[in-house]
Design a protein. Structure first.
Length: 578
């Protein structure tokens, strides 16, 4: 009898210790992945035959009670079985013409033995092999482009007092990125790790403001300059909100200082003696360095240059109208108490009138050099631009802005032949998570023996984003363009937009690459000659990027921009005299 009792005690203890404990976060991460996978892969779910949000909310309380891997796996297995049998259609053979891009694709989590039983892993693999092949119920591909749009989702606020309701929205957005963001593989932090970190924060969020701050942190981990998160205030906060007030100028962050670059309201700037080149070190006691740190995980950017560009305006706006601003002038720190105004809204035109100089779409500079502002040049202006600048020795195309779709016509003037300059990756909605190469790509230019023979210079910086970067790629393909400036935004391609009741967000929708499959995302367009504005240059009123371009045109060396002609004097170049 004692031997029998001892045998059962040993067997019981082995059973206890063989069960694998599972944490709440591990369960929720795994649930998020399974729920999203079934949403886009299971024939009954992906075709819209079930209320998939409702199913999640019904299963989460059961999942919460599971203490071991075995308990958790059984719940998920039963859930899958309840969905009904799946018709076996494997193997699904891809067309030989399909060239897959798989750097984003990874379903190896099926085999995580710390979370899933072997039986559950096999069920998930079977679903992948016999996946849904019709029109996706929850997403659709944009016509002619390929990026996804969202449909048949619940766009309402979650219940901020119900953790499962909040988790549903986190799961929904995380899976949109997981399966349809083309640059997931380039994130600084693994998207799985982001989910692990965000889930506890979402559970802890107690109100609308806190929750959507968590959603902003989630979206910002895409490390994509296209990604913005706009939150909509609640009705109560809107009723009590104060208008925003603004510093009378814009600025640029250089060396952890905010430098005034353009006056927006002449009269207001004059009242406080604000000039271009003024250096701001603190606003209401907060240093620029502290401000940068505060927004580090709330602002998505492909690189540091664009991150600083995106956050700089935020330091010059306040709900208060009385602001203390610390300036650094002549080596001394001076604090001014300023009155900021709401001139960006109803009074903006009154203060702004005459503040900005009227820009010319194109013009002739000294020494027979043409200049084109790509941000304001339109298609109807191109013929006049060509006529005026066709006999110049060089044309500077300024792309430190957002162009208006003129590159096709400009390429016919500049390029001696047709050139392919970009190819793309687009989501495969029949195999979510996988992307397909569109190797046909985009070309510009025509066979043209009478093409422009002068130098072509393209100016870029962190404001060169998306269509501007795509335009720069087109210039590069023509073979006679020199890129001068600094790192561009690193967010090429069109955007996918997702608009909810509480927030609106977007991310790059397709992958954009050079024809040799070289990357542009995060890297941006690499200049042939790198030059950045300096505080000294701004204070002296110089456009140092344009100056370098003019210097190069006169007698430049491609690598350094230094003169190769001893007869050329820097001071002889008109724009460099000062």
């Amino acid at each position: 009898m004692q031997k029998i009792t001892l045998f059962f005690l040993v067997l019981f203890s082995q059973t206890i210790f063989s069960a694998t404990k599972i944490t709440e976060t591990e369960k929720l991460v795994a649930t998020c992945k399974v729920w999203g996978f079934l949403k886009y892969y299971h024939p009954k779910v992906a075709s819209g035959q079930l209320d998939w949000d409702k199913q999640l909310l019904e299963k989460l309380p059961k999942i919460e009670k599971a203490e071991t891997k075995e308990d958790f796996s059984l719940i998920i297995e039963n859930w899958i079985d309840e969905l009904g049998p799946i018709k076996e259609v494997a193997p699904i053979v891809a067309s030989k013409e399909v060239d897959y891009f798989d750097k984003n694709f990874d379903l190896s989590w099926f085999n995580n033995s710390q979370v899933f039983s072997k039986k559950l892993s096999q069920k998930l693999k079977f679903i992948e092999q016999n996946r849904f092949q019709g029109d996706q119920f929850y997403v659709y591909g944009s016509e002619h482009v390929g990026n996804v749009g969202m449909r048949n989702e619940s766009f309402d606020h979650p219940n901020f007092t119900d953790k499962n309701s909040k988790l549903r929205m986190v799961f929904m957005f995380w899976n949109l990125v997981e399966y349809f963001f083309p640059y997931k593989y380039l994130m600084d932090q693994k998207w799985d790790t982001t989910l692990e970190n965000i889930i506890p924060l979402a559970i802890q969020a107690e109100n609308q403001a806190d929750f959507y701050k968590v959603m902003k942190k989630l979206a910002c981990k895409t490390d994509d300059s296209h990604t913005e998160v706009y939150t909509y205030p609640s009705a109560s906060s809107t009723a009590n909100s104060k208008p925003s007030n603004y510093f009378p100028a814009t600025g640029k962050i250089i060396d952890e200082k905010l430098v005034v670059t353009e006056i927006l309201a002449d009269s207001l700037a004059q009242a406080d003696d604000i000039k271009v080149g003024d250096v701001i070190t603190k606003v209401n006691g907060e240093t620029v360095k502290e401000f940068i740190a505060k927004y580090r995980d709330l602002t998505s950017a492909s690189n540091e240059a664009k991150f600083l560009d995106k956050i700089a305006p935020g330091m010059l706006v306040s709900k208060s109208d009385t602001i203390k601003v610390e300036f650094l002038k002549n080596g001394k720190y001076i604090t001014k108490t300023m009155i900021w105004h709401d001139y960006h809204d109803s009074h903006r035109n009154e203060f702004k009138k005459g503040a900005r100089k009227k820009k010319e779409k194109f013009k002739l500079l000294d020494n027979n050099i043409g200049y084109v502002d790509m941000g304001i040049l339109t298609g109807k202006n191109v013929p006049d631009m060509i006529e005026k600048l066709k006999d110049t020795k060089a044309i500077v195309f300024d792309l430190r802005n957002y162009p208006k779709g003129t590159i096709e016509d400009i390429a016919k003037f500049i390029s001696p032949k047709e050139n392919k300059f970009a190819i793309y990756t687009v989501p495969d909605l029949n195999y979510p998570g996988r992307f397909k190469w569109n190797n046909e790509g985009t070309s510009c230019g025509i066979e043209n023996k009478d093409h422009y023979k002068g130098k072509v210079i393209v100016l870029v910086n962190e404001e060169t984003q998306s269509h501007a970067e795509w335009t720069a790629m087109a210039f590069q393909s023509m073979g006679n363009a020199t890129i001068i400036g600094s790192q561009t935004s690193g967010a090429d391609g069109n955007i996918s937009v997702f608009d909810f009741k509480g927030f609106r967000t977007l991310f790059s929708g397709i992958g954009v690459y050079y024809p040799d499959k070289g990357e542009t995302q995060r890297i941006g367009i690499v200049p042939n000659i790198e030059i950045k504005p300096t505080i000294k240059g701004i204070q002296e009123g110089r456009d140092e990027v344009l100056d370098r371009a003019l210097f190069f045109i006169e007698a430049g060396d491609l690598k350094t921009g230094a003169t190769t002609n001893p007869k050329v004097n820097l001071k002889e170049i008109p724009s460099l005299k000062n």
